[in-house]
Design a protein around this ligand. Structure first.
Ligand code: SF4
Length: 256
């Protein structure tokens, strides 16, 4: 039984119901989840940006941003970083430095965000609890808000695709419900791909999102079969050793 729903949890169900069952319903996430290089990169870049915007404006230099990033990296034990070797670690570490430099040179770094990495929780009329941690929320002079999410992966989205994105909708709904303020803009900043996408939610957007989230939660709660869903993601999957499709997946993976 799931007590709290986040966008990533709902996405995991959609990606593979078998994975979802093992990780969340059988409660084996802690036991099976292995450290990942891309988690280390994502976590440290996010942490550096959060701490950076907590500084006084005059302290916000590129050197300071890089220092915060390295500091955050050091806080993770080597065995929890998820790298094969130091060469791979360096490659990832440099990628993060470059992302932060691009961000520093292309965005307003004097802004004073209203909220940084805040956790929001709300209960739907049918009793389900929604939760989410939002990277940054900026406030405008008319008291409307901009929701910002930093992405460190390679995937990007066009502006037109954003209103249909589960995470974008989920965050908009959560913030509107908790802060009761108009949302001027939802923005995803793709630090690796050096681009961004954004949209302005219209008046009926939150209602549509709520219906969509409820439908997805219903699908999870009424599921009786949790079948494996094979995709390109299987090779990164922590549940692969237990997966009924394991033999077929490994057989199809050839290194040329
Ligand atoms: S290996 Fe693939 S099919 Fe099996 S649980 Fe993981 S994601 Fe699902």
């Amino acid at each position: 039984m799931i007590s709290r729903y986040s966008p990533s949890l709902l996405n995991d169900f959609e990606k593979c119901p078998y994975f979802f069952k093992i990780f969340y319903l059988d409660g084996r996430k802690k036991e099976l989840e292995k450290p990942k290089s891309y988690y280390t990169l994502g976590r440290t870049v996010h942490d550096a940006l959060c701490k950076f915007f907590s500084l006084f404006v005059e302290e916000r230099t590129l050197e300071k941003l890089h220092e915060l990033y390295r500091q955050s990296w050091r806080e993770i034990l080597w065995e929890k970083r998820g790298f094969e070797n130091k060469k791979e670690e360096k490659e990832y570490g440099l990628r993060g430095l470059a992302m932060l430099e691009w961000f520093y040179k292309n965005y307003d770094i004097s802004v004073r965000p209203k909220y940084l990495e805040n956790y929001y929780e709300t209960i739907l009329s049918d009793g389900a609890t929604l939760v989410g941690k939002i990277d940054r929320i900026d406030e405008h002079t008319d008291s409307s808000l901009t929701i910002i999410d930093y992405k460190t992966g390679k995937d990007t989205m066009d502006d037109e695709e954003m209103p249909d994105d589960l995470q974008a909708g989920f965050y908009t709904f959560l913030v509107e419900k908790k802060l009761r303020r108009p949302i001027k803009e939802v923005k995803f900043i793709y630090l690796e791909s050096r681009t961004e996408s954004n949209f302005t939610p219209d008046g009926g957007y939150s209602k549509k999102v709520e219906a969509n989230i409820k439908e997805k939660i219903n699908q999870v709660e009424n599921a009786t079969e949790f079948l494996p869903k094979v995709s390109y993601l299987c090779k990164y999957c922590d549940v692969l050793p237990l997966c009924p499709e394991r033999v077929n997946i490994l057989r199809s993976e050839i290194p040329f």
